[in-house]
Design a protein around this ligand. Structure first.
Ligand code: B3K
Ligand code: ZN
Length: 844
């Protein structure tokens, strides 16, 4: 496969005045006619005229009405064109019913839908399929389907046709078309300036009852973006469509967002609190893209973080405002460490703005998204809230309607604040996670913290330069009072000291409050000091972190020395968990132990080869110890977390159910599943039902419940995804691969559906000790299925290959087994470009 480089960027050479598409739908012979007016960009180079196109059957082409015969290649077509402006017309034929890659125009349960980002539009029509070519689209859809949707506003419709016009110039990746016998859940919104917007969520008949939450979330998002960022919606109508077969969560097509049904449909009976929160966040994320992504888009795909990092940052602000900011921050850090750190510390490491790729779909990563959002959080921390708001206003003013770069983005901050961001920019170009070491001195009332930063080598980047780190620090005096409130230290050197004067006693520092920079903090501290912070820190994140650290160290000792669980920590944690003055959601977060994958990474970073079985055994033993130690108080906490009121997915009830669920999991270790069975039998919402089922599986007492669950929910595809997922994720490691394999034999294992595939195999990878069974059965099974899926759906296959990204961390035996599977995949004839790139990087 060919490699594309950021440094090779060249503008297209033509401007498109407007695009007219006519799409006549047919499952195997859809005709797409295009009429496009090209005007040479004054002063630009005009190399050859090339239009992208893949898997298209060209029926006819003409320029200014005269037929032409372009030269066709596997990637598109070349054609001689006039010097000045001209009108290009073409007709192609495509077969949406045979499109299992779910990119371009495809069919899902009889409905037509599209996915064009990043490079799917070229599977619909010949076109300059690059984000810096922005045009207005008029789309006519012809077909018998009851509902026919595209971007922008509806213009006209009649028997068997509908026409849409999008007045906002957009790149082709934001094009969308949907047609099917759908029903809508309607809503409306009046913008701040008084414009009425029609809202709809379109679903398959039968799903109407699962739209209310999505609509509520959409309205909240529209309002929030007006209030916080001053951004109003800009069309007469906003449509969301739910689709069962979808490669990712959702897509922000202009005025016509398309969602994986799992990321929009919700009801208390079928969705967990976590589902509700995720739906709220994704609806917000896609809606926020209307400004950060659509009105201002990316010049090229290397700039993906320009829209994704910023939009993730915005959706995290939104969730913080809707729910608890502290709990959201802790959740985001757990997620960053679980998904982005391993990526940044392994063979797939790449900068937030990559410099080359073979298949851009492989770069929709935790680094681009989540680290990209962290970078924006740091920028805001450095310049302050007011300057951030000023810079954002300038960004929208200056760049509305443009396709931009990271340089444009940073320039806005430089102009708004007068700061030089040259060094800060390294966050976009340097890959890897910086490690931050800390030492301290106390003399004559002066307390000095000395920091050293170092980023280990990553693929293609052996040497690193120091980055700008905002380090939020607070100081507590020995009696627990805060003597220095949170201060942001701005570190720019490899080693740098910061002094605090006028202290009467040596303080206890609380460092990296709120996780103010995405680094690994290496600091030798005593267990006493961590317990002190756990008891006294005013920063919720660091309070949580202190406990998490204690838990981590306790587990490491149990794993490598066979130590007993740290009862002093368990008791200190018990105090927090019982403290009714604290938010139950926060207390539940405190109860979550480091994951087994996180422990494996920690051991590896200390040059200890992780043993998945030992890690699993220690994690289990520690949980057993917690359950026993707290045996007498668990039922009481559980009672207090019981919710009597009608179900509400908001933060308050969800927090109670979350803590209640964590407590039930501990109780199950004592009663073998009795309380869980009672909860399962009585549950009237999915959070309680699934939480209980998970406990029963972990207790090995699940047969009856699993069968009942299947019987109750066999008609609901989204709930059945949970059934498939949970029994693989929660089962004994020894059974995980066999269980996954048995599930693949069921008639409702529809492996071409990405949700179902991920339910089984994503969960297998989540079962750390199960996936990493020493006999290699987990690796083999997954590789078999990746090979099979790649023939249909390269994008989802390539994404799942990343579960092998930590392979070099393990012992020689496991390494060899994983390598063997990666090589087996790599050797497949006809392997997709997506998977070829992934396995090549993994093996390098
Ligand atoms: N922009 C899309 C992701 C497209 C992924 C293409 N492989 C969804 C989002 O980030 O909002
Ligand atoms: Zn996005």
């Amino acid at each position: 496969p060919q490699t594309v480089y950021l440094s090779d960027y060249k503008p297209f050479g033509w401007h498109i005045a407007d695009v007219h598409l006519t799409v006549r739908l047919d499952p195997t012979a859809t005709r797409v006619r295009s009429r496009i007016r090209f005007e040479p960009t004054p002063g630009a180079e005009h190399p050859e005229f090339f239009l992208h196109g893949e898997d298209l059957r060209l029926i006819s082409a003409s320029i200014d009405g005269a037929p032409v015969t372009p030269e066709l290649t596997a990637e598109g077509l070349r054609c001689a064109v006039p010097e000045g402006a001209f009108t290009w017309e073409a007709e192609v034929e495509i077969a949406p019913a045979e499109n299992f890659a779910l990119e371009g125009l495809y069919m899902s349960n009889g409905m037509y839908c599209t996915q064009c980002e990043a490079e799917g539009f070229r599977k619909i029509s010949y076109y300059p399929d690059r984000p810096d070519v922005m045009a207005t689209f008029t789309v006519r859809i012809e077909g018998d389907e009851r509902v026919k949707l595209s971007n922008g506003n509806p213009v006209a419709s009649g028997e068997g046709w509908a026409e849409w016009h999008d007045p906002w110039p957009k790149p082709a990746y934001l094009f969308a078309l949907v047609a099917g016998d759908l029903v809508n859940h309607p809503g409306s919104f009046t913008t701040a300036s008084g414009k009425e917007v029609e809202l709809n969520i379109w679903v398959r008949p039968g799903d109407e009852g699962k739209c209310a939450w999505g609509m509520e979330s959409l309205i909240a998002s529209m309002k929030w973006d007006e209030e916080v960022y001053g951004r109003e919606y800009d069309l007469d109508i906003f449509n969301i469509v739910a689709v069962d077969d979808f490669n990712m969560g959702a897509m922000e097509n202009k005025g016509l967002n398309i969602f994986n049904s799992s990321c929009v449909l919700a009801s208390p009976e079928t969705s967990t609190d976590a589902n509700f929160e995720r739906i709220e966040a994704i609806i917000a994320h896609e809606y926020f893209h209307n400004w950060t992504g659509n009105r201002i888009t990316c010049r090229d795909w290397f700039q993906l973080c320009l829209k994704e990092g910023l939009t993730v940052y915005r959706d995290s602000q939104f969730t913080s405002d809707m729910r608890s900011a502290e709990v959201k921050r802790i959740g985001d850090v757990i997620d960053l460490r679980a998904r982005q750190f391993p990526e940044d510390q392994g063979p797939l490491s790449h900068p937030v703005r990559p410099e080359s790729f073979q298949e851009i779909n492989n770069f929709y990563t935790a680094t681009v998204y989540e680290k990209g959002a962290e970078v924006i959080g740091m920028l805001k921390r450095l310049v302050g809230d007011e300057a951030y708001a000023k810079a954002l206003d300038l960004y929208f003013d200056r760049h509305d309607g443009q396709a931009c770069t990271i340089e444009d983005w940073l320039q806005v901050f430089e102009d708004a604040t007068g700061r030089d961001l040259a060094q800060f920019k390294r966050w976009y170009s340097q890959s890897g996670t910086p490690h931050l070491k800390v030492s301290e001195t106390f003399e004559d009332g002066i307390y000095t913290l000395t920091f050293t930063q170092e980023t280990p080598p990553t693929p293609g980047q052996p040497d690193k330069l120091p980055q700008v780190l905002p380090i939020a620090v607070g100081l507590l005096n020995p009696n627990g009072d805060e003597v220095v409130p949170t201060t942001v230290l701005e570190m720019t050197e490899a080693t740098q000291s910061f002094a605090f004067e006028g202290l009467s006693a040596k303080p206890v520092p609380s460092i990296l409050r709120g996780f103010s920079a995405p680094v690994v903090l290496d600091r030798e501290t005593s267990a006493d000091e961590k317990r002190f912070l756990l008891a006294h820190d005013t920063d919720a994140f660091n309070r949580w972190e202190a406990s998490r650290d204690l838990g981590r160290e306790c587990l490491v000792d149990m794993i490598i020395q066979g130590s007993e669980p740290d009862l002093a920590w368990i008791d200190a944690l018990g105090e927090v968990v019982r403290d009714d003055a604290l938010d139950p959601a926060f207390r539940a977060m405190m109860l979550a132990l480091p994951t087994q994958a996180e422990l494996a990474q920690l051991l590896h970073s200390r040059d200890i080869t992780p043993d998945p079985d030992a890690i699993h055994a220690a994690s289990e033993a520690l949980r057993d110890a917690m359950a026993q130690r707290w045996a007498s108080v668990l039922p009481e906490i559980a009672d207090k977390m019981w919710v009597d009121a009608p179900f509400d997915p908001g933060a308050e009830q969800a927090g109670k159910r979350s803590l209640g669920g964590a407590i039930l999991a501990l109780r199950t270790r004592l009663d073998g599943g009795a309380a869980a069975q009672t909860q399962f039998d009585a549950a009237d919402n999915m959070t309680l039902q699934l939480g209980a089922l998970s406990c029963l599986i972990r207790a090995g007492a699940e047969d009856k419940a699993l069968a009942a669950f299947r019987k109750q929910w066999s008609g609901d595809r989204l709930v059945m995804d949970k059934w498939f997922a949970l029994q693989v994720a929660a089962t004994e490691p020894a059974n995980a691969a066999a269980r996954a394999e048995a599930l693949t034999k069921l008639p409702d294992f529809d492996w071409k559906n990405p949700n179902r595939f991920r339910a089984v195999f994503g969960s297998l990878a989540m079962n750390h000790a199960g996936f990493h069974r020493a006999d290699g059965s987990g690796y083999r099974l997954l590789a078999d299925w990746l090979i099979k899926l790649d023939e249909k759906n390269p994008q989802t296959t390539a994404r799942m290959c990343s579960v092998f990204q930590t392979w070099k961390r393990y012992d020689a035996g496991r390494q060899a087994l994983m390598k063997e599977q990666l090589e087996r995949i790599a050797a497949r004839p006809g392997l997709s470009r997506d998977v070829t790139e992934m396995v090549t990087r993994l093996l390098s």
